[in-house]
Ligand binder design. Structure first.
Ligand code: ASP
Ligand code: MG
Length: 601
């Protein structure tokens, strides 16, 4: 019998009528012949109220007691839901996290799931009961109650769907799906009918309001189809699915996202020698700061500038870590800008469409918005701009890709099928300084692969004007010269100029350089001997230290890093072509990929 997991968020169980409505929905599925497991959140604003209550007692409540307190919200919901279902004549039983053996690590208030024992749930389902599980909570190995972090019920639901081999996980919420962008900023935003896991992860800041990003990582790792939909209507919502099910042709960009509260840190005059980058990001990872958007251009003189973005709230800690790191490696000044925002466009179609970057940069140029930093992945382009322009930038970009128009007929409703044994094999993160680290649980980071690309060359534009429209002009010219650009990296400017690098197939590098020389207004240099190494994985968004582990492994082989470019799901590094093979091998070793055929394909 197929199993369906349904998760109801706080607004969907806010009062008794809503709880009864949710109960009816579960019963409908049960009567269709599905086994049904429900995961519920705390009602309405219960969790916020409990947090506030604790703060009235003390500014610094012990994390263990916070979890003891917050877990009660979900316990109330499961009991009421079970009563509702029983009152409608269907047998039901509720469980807390501890009762189903949902075991986590011991990081109170942000615990990660290690394991879930499925027997008790399976027995109850087998008796024809609707099973209701409290979201967001578990126990550590000493039976201390833990919680998974705010919004964590989504992660509970997807994890249970994975463990029990459910056909799908339905996420019932107060919006009717995932939109092309935030409709509060761009009212023309449109509901997306299907999106892939990687697009969702790359759009994390867009999806974050709707879904916990750890739940998407989970879904990707175990191939669980997710249906995000409204609890107040029967309309199809948005399916978040494996790439093969999401791909639609003729459509380059799926969505645009804004991360409003970012801060940028730049370390100037970083000595260009092996080990330096590692030392910097190791120091920052140790401070437990999640780093976003790392950028280093092609270095041709012997000093580099490295920039990265962090959440604005992490800025003070990130700055002290960066200053300590800069000092230790003999770098120059550390400068920062706390008033920046990140705008990204994402789409699987970017792999095959050229000109996406040009369209995005031109849209920003028309609004007179200056681009401070650029990074790209295969399916995403992100730019850092100043915060006051953020909403204008998002609107302009959304419009430039006509995201408000339905490009095609809606996809037919997705029909999930259960594929046995679909889970990615677990591979531990084994950073250089913990070579024997073993996977400890279901939510551990999984590195899916390390790729080496020896076919590209770098083109660097050094000391070029830092002004609106510059990148647009450059990539328009390159497009007209018929050159396909892979990675784009722009670093923040010092003294009014900036450095812009990109990679292209080696035999087109000369043509690209010629196309931009007359308009670059700075030095144009080709770096023909570039090897590109890409680390991809699941969990890179929420685990700190992946970049540090990658840089550490390269440092261990004395490989110099020439260029860095990151996204939510991959880290790209450029190294000297002579070190390409060695770098590839040492990264495969560092991430324990040797001798295994890992990855999805
Ligand atoms: N009740 C928890 C929260 O408000 C968990 C959840 O709703 O997902 O964060
Ligand atoms: Mg939520």
């Amino acid at each position: 019998m197929p199993l369906l997991v349904q998760k109801f968020g706080g607004t969907s169980v806010a009062d008794s009528n809503k709880i009864l409505a949710a109960a009816r929905r579960a019963i409908q599925a049960h009567q269709r012949g599905d086994q049904v497991l429900i995961v519920v959140s705390a009602r309405g604003h219960t969790t916020d109220e409990l947090v506030a209550l604790a703060r009235e007692i003390t500014e610094h409540p012990p994390a263990r007691e916070m979890d003891m307190l917050l877990s009660t919200g979900e316990q109330v919901s499961v009991a009421l839901m079970a009563m509702a279902i029983e009152s409608l004549g269907v047998p039901a039983i509720s469980f807390t996290g501890a009762q189903i053996g949902l075991v986590t690590d011991s990081f109170h208030t942000k615990a990660r799931i290690r394991n879930i024992a499925s027997e008790r749930i399976e027995r109850a389902l087998g008796k024809g009961k609707i099973v209701i599980v409290a979201g967001f909570q578990g126990v550590d190995e000493h039976y201390n109650i833990t919680t998974l972090g705010r919004g964590g019920s989504d992660t509970t639901a997807v994890a249970l769907a994975a463990v029990l081999g459910a056909a799908a996980c339905e996420i019932y919420t107060d919006v009717d799906g995932i939109y092309t962008t935030d409709p509060r900023i761009v009212p023309e935003a449109r509901k997306i009918d299907r999106i892939s896991y990687d697009e969702m992860l790359e759009l994390a800041s867009l999806g974050a309001g709707v879904m916990h990003s750890r739940s998407i990582e989970f879904a990707k790792k175990y191939g669980v189809p997710i249906h995000v939909r409204s609890s107040f209507s029967d309309a199809e919502g948005t399916w978040v699915v494996p790439e093969a099910d999401a791909r639609r042709l003729g459509w380059a960009v799926s969505g645009a996202a804004l991360a409003k509260d970012e801060a940028r840190i730049t370390i100037q005059k970083v000595p260009d020698r092996p080990g330096v980058v590692h030392s910097i990001f190791h120091t920052i990872a140790k401070a437990n700061i999640v780093v976003d958007m790392i950028v280093q251009n092609v270095v041709l003189d012997d000093q580099a500038e490295i920039s990265f973005a962090v959440a604005k709230s992490d800025l003070p800690d990130a700055l002290s870590a960066a200053e300590a790191a800069a000092k230790a490696v003999g770098a120059g000044r550390v400068v920062h800008d706390a008033e920046v925002a990140k705008v990204s466009v994402v789409g699987l179609g970017m792999r095959t469409h050229t000109g996406v970057a040009t369209t995005m940069f031109e849209a920003l140029a028309r609004e007179g918005i200056n681009i401070q930093m650029i990074t790209t992945s295969e399916i995403k382009i992100s730019v850092l701009i100043d915060r006051p322009s953020a909403a204008t930038a998002l609107r302009a970009v959304h419009k430039a890709f006509s995201l408000e128009e339905a490009h095609e007929k809606p996809a037919p409703p997705f029909v999930p099928t259960v594929k046995p044994d679909r889970a990615l094999k677990l591979v531990p993160l084994a950073p250089a300084d913990a070579p024997n680290a073993l996977p400890r649980g279901m939510e551990d980071l999984v590195i899916a692969g390390v790729d080496l690309d020896e076919s590209q060359a770098g083109v660097a534009l050094l000391g070029v004007p830092d002004e609106p429209g510059f990148a647009a002009k450059i990539f328009r010219a390159i497009g007209e010269a018929n050159v396909f650009v892979d990675m784009i990296v722009q670093n923040v400017s010092s003294n009014g100029t900036t450095d812009l690098s990109f990679t292209v197939p080696r035999d087109t590098a000369e043509r690209a350089a010629e196309a931009v020389r007359p308009i670059a207004g700075g030095r144009v240099v080709i770096e023909p001997n570039l090897a590109k190494l890409a680390v991809t994985g699941v969990g890179m968004r929420s685990h700190t230290g992946v970049a540090a582990a990658m840089f550490g492994a390269l440092a261990g082989e004395s490989i110099n890093i020439k260029l860095i470019n990151t996204s939510e799901v991959r880290i790209n590094v450029g190294a000297d072509i002579q070190s390409g093979q060695i770098a590839h091998q040492c990264l495969r070793r560092a991430f324990a990929l040797d001798g295994d055929d890992n990855g999805e394909s």
